[in-house]
Ligand binder design. Structure first.
Ligand SMILES: [Zn+2]
Length: 554
C-alpha cells in the first residue's frame, strides 16, 4: 500500500515581493514592532503568509500574480477611527474655506462660487477659521450680503460647531431679532440685538432645516469622492459618522456595485429611539466585514475653539463661560443605560473635562447595570469598549478612570496642529498640560485609537503621525507640550491596531500577519525612518483592501 500524498496546499492568488514590510505592533502595551518582512502572500481577501522572498515564493502556483514592490515600504492600511465621509464629499463639492487667510479672501472664495451658481442656489461650505486672519473676528452676515445677492449662504467654521449665514439665509430660516436661543445653542447679535449671522451649535439647525435636501445622486457622488480621497491617502477602514440612514444605504449601493474601496463601520445616532436603532442594526449583516453599522455616537459638548466644550472651570480667556453641555445628566444616564443593556457600543463626543466626566459617569453607571444583568458587549464578549471621541481636555484622575473602565480614548492627533494656536489661551497652562494627552493615556494603560475627524481635520494619516510624534506646527515654529509626544511605533499602533480594537476588529485588522485581512499600503518612504518634516510629504503608491488594489499612484 502506498502512503497517501498530503493534499497539495492551495497556492497564493497574489504575491508581493521585494518590499520593506513593517508588520506592525502586536500588543498595545509593549509597543515593539515585530520584525520586518520582504514578501506577502495573499489568498482570497486575507494574508496567507509573510516572510522572506524565497520562502513566500514557494507559495507561487501557475495562476499566482507576482508583483514586485521595488523595495518600497509596506504597512497595514490606516484605520481612521473617526471620520465624516459624506461631509468630506460635500466639502469637495462646496466652497472650501480651509486655510483662508483673511476676510477678503473669505469673501473672494464665496464670490467665485456665487458667480458659478444657478440663480437663487444655496452657497454652502466649510472650513473658515478667523484665528488665521489679521483681525481675529468671525465674519458676520453684513460682510457677505453685498457679494451674495439673492443667494442664501451658510458656511461653517473649521471646528464644525459654528456657522455664518447671510441675511437671505436668516430670512429663509425665520431667524429674527425676536428669535430666542435654542437649548444648546446661541444666536450671536449686534449691540441692537439683531442677529449678526453667527449661529452656534443647535442654533444652526433652523438654517439646516431650510436648505433643500441634496438629491440621492448628489449624495452618492459626494460619497464616492470621499471614498476615492480616502483610498488615495492609504485609508483602508473608516469608522464613519456620515449621520443619515440614506448615507448608509448609499454605501450599500456602492458595495453592491463592487466600488466600496474602504471597510466601513457606520455609526448610528445615540439619540435615536431604541426600536429605530434595532431596526437599523438588523438591516445589514454584522458579519459583512466591508460594511456594517457600528457604535452609537452621542454629543456631550461642542468644541474648544468655539468655547462650547463643557469645562469644569471657566475658560481662561472667557471667565464667565464654562461651555455648553448638551445633556441633562439624569436623562443622559437613563439613555446610556438603556442602550448599553441593549448591547450597543457607545462613543461620546466629549472635548472639555466636564463633557468627559459626564461620559465617564454615564459609562460607569450603565456598565455596572449591564454586568449585573450579565449583558454581553457588542461582540459577544465581556468588555464593552465604550469610547470617548476627542477627549481633548482631561484631568489625571479622569485618565485613571478611563483605564479602570477600559474606556477607549479615540483621538485625532492632527487637531493639535491647528488648535495649538489658541488652546493654551482657552485652558491656561495647568489644564493645557493634560490636553491632547496621548502620552499620558498610553503611560497609564489606556487604549488609544487614532483618526482624522475629516473634514474637520486633514484626512491624511501622515499629518496625524507627524502631529502625534512631534506636536510641532507644520512650519516647525511652534510646539505644544512636547512631553505628550509619542513614538512612531506607538502612533502607527494607535492608527492601526488601536483603531481596530476600538471597533472590535483586532482579530482581522491592524497587523501584517497570516490570517488578517489583506489591507495594506505601499508608501514612497519608510515612515519609521524619515525625519519629521519628510513625513508630511509621504506619497501613497498603492492601497490594497482585501487583496484588491483600490488605488495606485500614476
Ligand atoms: Zn467628528
Amino acid at each position: 500500500m502506498q502512503a497517501q500524498e498530503p493534499p497539495a496546499k492551495p497556492k497564493a492568488d497574489i504575491i508581493f515581493t521585494h518590499g520593506n514590510v513593517y508588520t506592525g505592533v502586536a500588543v498595545m502595551s509593549a509597543f515593539k514592532a515585530i520584525k520586518r518582512a520582504e514578501a506577502i502572500a495573499i489568498r482570497g481577501d486575507r494574508i496567507e503568509a509573510v516572510g522572506e522572498n524565497a520562502e513566500i515564493l514557494k507559495l507561487r502556483g501557475p495562476d499566482t500574480q507576482v508583483i514586485d514592490l521595488g523595495g518600497h515600504f509596506v504597512m497595514s492600511g490606516f484605520n481612521d477611527a473617526h471620520a465624516h465621509l459624506i461631509d468630506s464629499g460635500f466639502e469637495r463639492m462646496n466652497v472650501n474655506l480651509v486655510g483662508v487667510k483673511s476676510l477678503e479672501e473669505f469673501r473672494e472664495r464665496i464670490r467665485a462660487k456665487v458667480d458659478a451658481a444657478a440663480p437663487g442656489d444655496w452657497i454652502l461650505g466649510d472650513g473658515w477659521d478667523e484665528n488665521l486672519w489679521p483681525v481675529k473676528t468671525p465674519p458676520t452676515r453684513w460682510d457677505i450680503d453685498e457679494i451674495t445677492r439673492d443667494h442664501p449662504v451658510f458656511v461653517g467654521r473649521v471646528d464644525g460647531h459654528i456657522a455664518v449665514a447671510n441675511s437671505r439665509a436668516l430670512q429663509l430660516a425665520s431667524i429674527t431679532i425676536a428669535s430666542r436661543d435654542p437649548k444648546g445653542g446661541k444666536i450671536d447679535r449686534d449691540s441692537n440685538g439683531q442677529p449678526d449671522g453667527i449661529l452656534r451649535e443647535t442654533a444652526r439647525q433652523a438654517v439646516y432645516d431650510t436648505i433643500p435636501k441634496p438629491t440621492h445622486d448628489k449624495r452618492r457622488q459626494a460619497m464616492e469622492l470621499a471614498l476615492a480621497d480616502a483610498a488615495s491617502r492609504g485609508v483602508t477602514s473608516v469608522q464613519d459618522n456620515s449621520g443619515s440612514w440614506e448615507d448608509f444605504q448609499i454605501l450599500e449601493e456602492i458595495e453592491k456595485d463592487g466600488k466600496l474601496t474602504a471597510r466601513i463601520s457606520e455609526w448610528l445616532p445615540f439619540d435615536d429611539p431604541l426600536d429605530k436603532l434595532d431596526e437599523k442594526r438588523k438591516a445589514h449583516p454584522a458579519s459583512d466585514n466591508m460594511l456594517h453599522t457600528g457604535m452609537l455616537k452621542g454629543f456631550m459638548d461642542g468644541s474648544l475653539g468655539s468655547h462650547t466644550a463643557a469645562m469644569i472651570e471657566p475658560y481662561s480667556d472667557d471667565a464667565k463661560n464654562t461651555g455648553l453641555p448638551r445633556y441633562d445628566v439624569p436623562k443622559l444616564n437613563d439613555m446610556t443605560r438603556e442602550r448599553v443593556l441593549a448591547g450597543y457600543q457607545i462613543g461620546f463626543h466629549a472635548i472639555g473635562d466636564r463633557g468627559v466626566q459626564m461620559a465617564l459617569d454615564a459609562f460607569a453607571e450603565s456598565e455596572k447595570a449591564a454586568k449585573e444583568k450579565k449583558i454581553k458587549a457588542a461582540n459577544g464578549g465581556d468588555d464593552y469598549r465604550m469610547r470617548i471621541e476627542h477627549a481633548q481636555v482631561v484631568t489625571p484622575l479622569q485618565i485613571a478612570k478611563f483605564r479602570d473602565l477600559k474606556v477607549i480614548a479615540s483621538m485625532q492627533p492632527s487637531h493639535v496642529l491647528t488648535d495649538m494656536q489658541w488652546a493654551e489661551a482657552r485652558l491656561g497652562p495647568k489644564r493645557a498640560e493634560h490636553s491632547y494627552a496621548w502620552a499620558e493615556f498610553l503611560k497609564r494603560g489606556v487604549n488609544l485609537a487614532f483618526g482624522s475627524d475629516h473634514p474637520y481635520g486633514p484626512i491624511s494619516p501622515f499629518e496625524g503621525l507627524y502631529a502625534a510624534t512631534t506636536r510641532t506646527s507644520e512650519s516647525g515654529k511652534q510646539q505644544y507640550y512636547p512631553d505628550q509626544k509619542i513614538s512612531m511605533d506607538q502612533a502607527i499602533a494607535a492608527y492601526t491596531t488601536g483603531s481596530a480594537f476600538a471597533e472590535f476588529a483586532e482579530k482581522d485588522k491592524g497587523l501584517m500577519v497570516p490570517g488578517m485581512l489583506a489591507d495594506f499600503v505601499v508608501l514612497d518612504r519608510d515612515v519609521t525612518a524619515v525625519v519629521p518634516q519628510k513625513l508630511l510629504q509621504t506619497k501613497v503608491l498603492r492601497t490594497v483592501v482585501g487583496g484588491k488594489t483600490v488605488y495606485e499612484a500614476k
